[in-house]
Ligand binder design. Structure first.
Ligand SMILES: C[S@@+](CC[C@H](N)C(=O)[O-])C[C@H]1O[C@@H](n2cnc3c(N)ncnc32)[C@H](O)[C@@H]1O
Length: 228
């Protein structure tokens, strides 16, 4: 994705904030909550966690007991997330404006890094993964969830699901033809297969790379470790 497309994507993501959770729940028929729980159960049991692309804080608020840093390039996302996430936690989570590709953290800062429904939007995924590896402690764990394709046929079903099911509902809720959720379909079309990112994670130097397509086939969870 070019810089101009990415800037347009960011404007559209910002426009989703008021209806983000509602449309996600409908789009995934309630499965997104289960997928978030799967990510939570895969996080390292101790130590500091970084969520890359925290959006409006939907996942971050599910881990109130963890030492947490939330990163996102959109200031409005961070401001909404901070109010929501820090209303019930002590010490508060930190909120940082940056991109995955260029993170303002020291090497080896986190035991765990997670990214939920954001990896698809990174403009340079390889550079972002290399940054994640840099900021993880040796042995630290990365968990990503996003809707990847298993193959071309599965990709077509995914495309139709987003275009018709999600797009139709978003159009109804947002009451506009040119609604921001159209970008979900665009980023999905450009996103690779589950195997593409297994290979990329290995190429970047992660080990124990695993992927699992989660029921009912709309999303993939990847896990990987930084070598000791
Ligand atoms: C769909 S939201 C995900 C929200 C949240 N993680 C959740 O669990 O629902 C995707 C987020 O990724 C962020 N994002 C897009 N490109 C990014 C990048 N290059 N680096 C980090 N975050 C990015 C967007 O700003 C947006 O807030």
């Amino acid at each position: 994705m070019g810089q101009e497309d990415w800037a347009e994507l960011q404007r559209n993501l910002e426009a989703t904030i008021p209806v983000y959770d509602r449309i996600n729940r409908f789009a995934t028929m309630g499965q997104d909550k289960r997928w978030r729980k799967m990510v939570r159960s895969r996080l390292p049991k101790e130590g500091s966690i970084l969520e890359v692309g925290c959006g409006p804080g939907t996942f971050a608020e599910m881990i109130p007991e963890r030492e947490l840093t939330c990163l996102d390039p959109i200031p409005e996302m961070l401001s909404v997330a901070e109010k929501r996430v820090n209303s019930n936690r002590d010490p508060p989570a930190k909120f940082v404006e940056a991109t995955a590709e260029n993170m303002p953290f020291e090497d080896g800062s986190f035991e765990g890094v997670c990214s939920l429904f954001s990896f698809r939007d990174w403009f340079d995924k390889r550079a972002g993964l290399a940054e994640v590896k840099r900021v993880l402690k040796p042995g630290g764990k990365l968990i990503i969830v996003d809707p990847a394709k298993m193959n071309r046929v599965h990709g077509w079903f995914g495309y139709l699901w987003m275009r018709i099911w999600v797009g139709g509902y978003a159009r109804f809720i947002c009451k506009m033809k040119d609604h921001p959720w159209k970008w979900l379909t665009k980023t999905y079309v450009h996103f690779g297969t589950t195997k593409t990112y297994v290979k990329m994670l290995k190429d970047v130097g992660f080990k124990d790379v695993k992927s699992k397509v989660v029921f009912p086939g709309m999303a993939t969870i990847w896990t990987a470790h930084k070598p000791e």
